[in-house]
Design a protein around this ligand. Sequence first.
Ligand SMILES: [Zn+2]
Length: 179
Amino acid sequence: MNRRNFLLLSAALLGTRAALAATDRNVGSIDDMRKNWKELLAKNADVTLSVEPLDRSNTVWRQLLTPAQYQVLREEGTEYPGSSPLNNEKRAGVFVCAGCGLPLFTSKMKYDSGTGWPSFFTSIPGHLANKKDYKIIVERDEYHCVRCGGHQGHVFDDGPAPTRQRWCNNGVALRFIPA
Ligand SMILES: [Zn+2]
C-alpha cells in the first residue's frame, strides 16, 4: 500500500474529516499561513492593522454593535450553535473582529469541527489574547481581540494535527472579508 492510500485508509478508519484534512498540513505550512496571512486580505479591505488598544465606553459599544454582537463581544456571551452563516463560509478571505476590524483568522486556518461554531486550528499571530474562564466546570481558555478586548470564543486542545488547537469562535463576533 502506498503512503497516500495508507493515509486515506487511516482517515476512513478514524472516520473524521479533520484527520483527512490533516494529511496536507504540517508545522511548516502552519507557520507559513500565520506569517503570510495578508495574502488573503482583499485590497482596500475595511480593516485595521493597529493593535493599539481601543478604549470605548459600554454606551459607545451599544451604539456601534447589534444586541447579539454586544452580548458576545462585551458580555462574553455564546451564540447558539449552528446559528452563524459563517459556519458554511468556504470562500478564501479573512475573518476580522466585528467590534474593531482587526484581522483574527484566515480561510486557510478554518476547518469544519462539526460543533456548530466557526472553528480554526490556528490564528493570526499577536491579534488574540487568552485569559482563564471558569464558567463551565471543565477549565477552558477564553480568548479575546487584543485591540478592543472583545470576547471571541474559547480555545480547546482537541483540534486537528499538527496544532491540535480548536479555536471555537462565535460567528457573530466576526466579519468575513472575501479575498
Ligand atoms: Zn476587536
